[in-house]
Design a protein around this ligand. Structure first.
Ligand code: GLY
Length: 325
């Protein structure tokens, strides 16, 4: 069953509510019985239809686990899912056939960690947290990040699945490179959690663009671009074409707009407008997801199709974002 076709008429955070059948099996979309969502903590939100990831994070938050640990555990669900071709195991390779993963984390105290272009390690969000907590550095990349992971006891595995290898070999026939809007209704997972202490943390994890040039790094492991958190203000995550997010330091921009007094919804919208202003060629997707200290949520994308998964009060809902087009 397609998770995405349970659309109701309710609006929330500037978008439509979609109800996930596995978690709300007793709610029929035809009766339009939509659970109400009010502010309150804990809260977990993640980009795209990552229902299980937000649910796992939320359930951990309910057990009084801190926001960053809960977010890393939630994101780990997607990292381990080999059917998801944009994150972790099964992620699409670069054009040389290597799967290289990027991730970053940021906690409520303003500390952060990041790993870039890591091969053979699935749980790169946890690895970024380890960089933050166990090294004197913020970023480790490539072979150094991989060596650090091995020292920390992470398993070394081949991240290229049979399906990813087959699709890559097909792609090599033409070698036509073009980012695809909402490919598979997924991309980078960015997650923001607010724990029972009202502390905010965030995580971002991705395999980057399919068939990227070897060595290419996107926005996801770059603090301020793929993710930014200021515990007094709020947090934001980005998904989509990383090059465009980096040029506007997107997640930092969203949080700074919230600081200036805009709602998370207005802030996401303004940050997207910064990208699209004066542009004619918009054949790419970027989306932002944000939350403020009160738990108000905002989401906005260039093209329609961006959704996010909101955990609150024991259940996770998929919500359709508003967009420019
Ligand atoms: N947003 C993911 C990337 O561009 O790599």
């Amino acid at each position: 069953m397609d998770r995405r076709h349970f659309v109701t008429s309710t609006t929330l955070g500037g978008g439509s509510l979609l109800v996930h059948p596995h978690l709300l099996a007793n709610v029929s979309p035809t009766t339009k019985q939509v659970p109400s969502i009010e502010n309150g903590f804990p809260l977990a939100i993640s980009t795209w239809n990552n229902i299980e990831a937000s649910q796992v994070a939320g359930e951990n938050l309910e057990k009084n686990i801190d926001a960053l640990t809960a977010a890393v555990q939630g994101v780990a669900v997607e990292e381990a899912d080999k059917t998801n071709r944009t994150v972790g195991y099964g992620g699409a390779p670069d054009r040389s056939g290597k799967v290289t993963l990027d991730a970053c984390v940021m906690n409520a105290r303003g500390n952060c960690g990041s790993v870039m272009a890591v091969e053979n390690i699935v749980h790169v969000a946890a690895l970024a947290k380890d960089v933050m907590e166990k090294t004197p550095h913020v970023i480790l990349s490539g072979n150094g990040a991989r060596k650090f992971a091995i020292q920390q006891g992470y398993k070394v595995i081949d991240l290229l699945t049979d399906q990813s290898r087959r699709l890559w070999l097909e792609w090599l026939q033409k070698e036509h490179y073009k980012p695809v809007i909402n490919a598979g209704h997924h991309d980078t997972i960015g997650m923001l959690c607010i724990d029972k202490s009202n502390d905010i943390s965030g995580v971002c994890s991705t395999s980057g663009l399919a068939y990227k040039m070897e060595g290419r790094i996107g926005d996801s492991p770059i603090i301020g671009s793929g993710l930014f958190v200021d515990n007094e203000i709020g947090g934001a995550v980005a998904t989509g074409l990383g090059e465009e997010v980096i040029k506007t330091v997107g997640s930092f921009l969203v949080v700074e707009l919230i600081r200036q007094g805009f709602s998370p919804q207005e802030s996401c919208q303004k940050a997207i407008e910064r990208i699209v202003k004066g542009r004619k060629n918009l054949d790419f997707q970027v989306a932002y997801l944000a939350v403020n200290k009160k738990g108000d949520i905002g989401a906005y994308s260039i093209h329609k199709g961006f959704t996010y998964a909101l955990y609150k009060k024991g259940q996770t809902l998929e919500i359709q974002s508003n967009s420019v087009y």
